[in-house]
Design a protein around this ligand. Structure first.
Ligand SMILES: Cc1cc2nc3c(=O)[nH]c(=O)nc-3n(C[C@H](O)[C@H](O)[C@H](O)COP(=O)(O)O)c2cc1C
Length: 213
């Protein structure tokens, strides 16, 4: 079983990375021999779609992005894998620019042939009500395109009001939140957020096993 985990956060080891790590543990608890590939997008050299239409040429045996850079093989692999998870911090009410550029290249070639299950992880400074009312509508076009292209239903795990930085005294105070409130919230909720990611990883693995049996 080939599974990809795509990290669309620029920060290694921070919120998205930890959520992805818990999700991975959940997946591997059910499919220990999975070929689980982790990708850190910010390590790769690429840009978004250039509208060259190279992926639409009639001469191609199957649709494939034509730009030969660091994500050329990965994009192809994702169209043939058993499932993938991606994670992104919310930046200005949307996914990170790197992830959005990646999705342009992933989806412009058009839909895949068989269902490929996808899971999304989002972490953000805001709380759930803001995610539901503002960020989710903003993400919905991308979500619909993913569901259409990969013939699947996208499920999500979110972590809200995330802990953003150490050594708070070195920085200008945030207009959104007090550091002591954030730390208290983090201490109360973070283990639970990670546990949710773990459980959703288990559910994702169940879905993969059911689809690929
Ligand atoms: C450029 C930038 C824009 C951001 N925009 C938002 C936003 O619109 N809404 C929000 O809730 N959090 C926003 N955040 C906060 C991040 O989404 C949040 O801290 C996230 O958990 C960081 O993930 P990471 O630790 O994996 O980097 C922003 C952070 C940055 C750096």
């Amino acid at each position: 079983m080939k599974i990809y985990a795509i990290n669309g956060s620029p920060r290694k080891g921070w919120n998205d990375a930890q959520m992805l790590d818990s999700f991975k543990k959940g997946v591997l608890s059910l499919i220990p021999d999975a070929d689980y590939q982790e990708v850190f997008l910010y390590d790769l050299n690429y840009k978004g779609c250039r509208s060259c239409f190279g992926c639409k040429l009639l001469s191609l045996s199957e649709p494939r992005c034509a730009i030969k850079d660091d994500i050329y093989e990965l994009l192809h692999e994702l169209r043939h894998c058993d499932g993938f998870v991606f994670a992104s911090p919310i930046y200005f009410s949307d996914a990170s620019a790197e992830l959005k550029a990646f999705f342009e290249r992933l989806m412009y070639p058009g839909p895949v042939i068989k269902e490929i299950p996808i899971h999304a992880i989002y972490t953000m400074n805001a709380k759930k009500d803001k995610f539901d009312s503002v960020f989710l509508p903003s993400l919905s076009t991308t979500h619909k395109a993913l569901e259409h292209n990969f013939k699947t239903k996208l499920n999500m795990t979110c972590a809200y009001y995330t802990f953003q930085r150490n050594n708070e005294h070195l920085y200008k105070p945030s207009s959104h939140s007090k550091p002591e409130d954030k730390l208290a919230y983090h201490n109360l909720h973070w283990e639970n957020d990670l546990q949710n990611a773990y459980i959703d990883g288990v559910h994702f693995a169940e879905k993969l096993l059911q689809i690929r049996k």
